[in-house]
Design a protein around this ligand. Sequence first.
Ligand code: CTP
Length: 403
Amino acid sequence: MRVIVGVSGGIAAYKACEVIRRFKELGHSVRVIPTPSALKFVGAATFEALSGEPVSSTVWERVDEVAHVALGQGADLIVVAPATANTISRFAQGSADDLLTSTLLVTRAPILLAPAMHTEMWENASTQENIATLKRRGIHVLEPAHGRLTGSDSGVGRLPEPSQIVERALSLVLPQDLAGMAFMVTAGGTRERIDPVRYVGNNSSGKQGIAIARAAAARGATVTLIAANVESNLLVSLDPKIQIHRVINADEMNSTVWGAAVHMDVVIMAAAVADFRPKSVSQSKIKKNSADGLTIEFESNVDILASLCTGRSQLKVGALLVGFAAETGDERTPLELAKEKIQRKPVDLLILNDVSGGQVFGEDSNQATLIFGPDGKKSVEIERTSKDTLAHVVLDHLKERLT
Ligand code: CTP
């Protein structure tokens, strides 16, 4: 696919490099069109090296190629990241005073804007009216994230993560091969309270589950995401069609999952659910007044995935169940342990992550073995790749089983 990445002049321009790299890794050709002020932040040489194509900001170079028309006509997808208040304003007014705005006026391809600016500029009535005008004209806009801005201030206006920008942009052109399907995905890690200030938690960031939710929504599925203690910035720029439920502990996750599972075609349990919870929760902060340390008694949480397996008759006919197995191995290998797990929890697909040495948690890439149920005899190894790519591979396998 031919992608144009427009870059306008804000401090977040350096993040466009990562957006370009990701599109290239996914096999797309990329042409970068920076505004003249974007080149004050990142040099043309960087964009040329990353994209492997010439870079220009003005309509007065390569005039014989009529670039201000040809680029927009040849594009399959245009992403502007970051889109500054000024570029948004020029686009809303129909200006064509540089190569980027000319291209935006010419193209018939879908356009995604990823605005980034200071909170005051984003919330200003002019910017909001320009955004509303562009949305009315069919331009797609990714909501900016909350967080640290240029300087010491923080607020709404940060450019979302490059992976979110790329995934959302691709969703505008991906085949809608999961349309009509209902997916539920759990993500993150549950927290089991000990006292008002402490809990037992785990290392799961929720990135892999969220990548699957995003990918399924991008391919047309209706998606319910049950997020346990996931960082807000991972959720803020998601496709608004994804229905998000936030939960804290395993008990809440269990009731939320079962509340929706009966309507689902696919349930993917990517969350790390605590197996145990403290038997009693102290109502006041536990003090360190004992010299003997502290003993906490735990009781078992319900195994949600196991309960879905035994309760299959309550689910839709043909519904698929997917589990994750995070294994370090002991005297047995992670693969042997996962094959035992699929006997205990007879899911349709078990995704094995080797987490020995703490790999996987919080990273943007993942390596996995897909083990197919009910017997676990067939398995496919997926080499280390981005969590987004792995999400699409998992969905490809599930789609084969759904049809
Ligand atoms: N899971 C769940 N409910 C739990 C624990 C786990 O639904 N109380 C799900 C996870 O979401 C994951 C799968 O079960 O999809 C595997 O979880 P894991 O903790 O790796 O395995 P366990 O079943 O807990 O087995 P073990 O402790 O022996 O590794």
